[in-house]
Design a protein around this ligand. Sequence first.
Ligand SMILES: O=c1ccn([C@@H]2O[C@H](COP(=O)(O)O)[C@@H](O)[C@H]2O)c(=O)[nH]1
Length: 273
Amino acid sequence: MTFGARFVAALAERGPFCVGIDPHAALLHEWGLDDDVAGLETFALSVVEAVAPLCSMVKPQSAFYERFGSRGVAVLERVVAESRAAGALVLMDVKRGDIGTTSQAYADAYLDPASPLGSDAVTVSPFLGFGSLDPFVDTARKHDGGLFVLALTSNKEGPEVQHARTDTGETVADRMLDHLRALNADASPLGSFGAVVGATIGETGADLAFNGPILAPGFGAQGGTVDDIRRIFGASAGQVAASSSREVLRAGPDHGAMQDAVRRANDDLRGLR
Ligand SMILES: O=c1ccn([C@@H]2O[C@H](COP(=O)(O)O)[C@@H](O)[C@H]2O)c(=O)[nH]1
């Protein structure tokens, strides 16, 4: 089953809310844990245990594990394996992108099921040129994985690059979305090549109608709301997984409170479908 098909099925069954598993130092302290590998492990696996059986997709942010070196990455490997075992899709948030030969190594690391970090999908950056992502595209096709390509990110600095005009007059973001349209052409029910479009973006005029999954980070702690998802995505809202990390994680360590936060977000977002 392709990633696009798994994404559609997971959102229909479990709801459109994606939980970011980002073990910030401040959150470890709020949970009464030390900011060390043992604290990271307790935090991350506790979040997995609480939310992975419930939500359609989890999105671990690799940076928060990498900061502990190889032992942190070992925890990330367990987050991937245990989340998938609990039935959640795993989107590895690493925003990789490099020249093609290096992109191939990244693609193998995150999209080959034989890799310890092999995930359902990975976030990638197209700002070395969309064609530099070809190894990710080919590897995703080979293993039925998915990509989420940065298009209109949730941070306030993004427009400097993403709203800039290309040689043909369209914005960089529009060009990226055009590439995604081409990659997903004819896919059914949805292609596997998604876009990252923040829940915080203002009026951009971008055409967000395309036949692929959309990740909307910035929901919750960064200020994005259900109304923003409705306003930004309109008729494409049914393809959106809205993602939040800190908002859910702050409800912990109580499992019930984190699960309630997931259920509430899913209920609110389901109204848009
Ligand atoms: O445009 C983007 C792309 C990715 N992110 C990532 O999402 C989470 C947001 O965390 P919150 O605590 O919900 O703010 C984090 O991992 C970012 O790296 C994003 O925010 N915006």
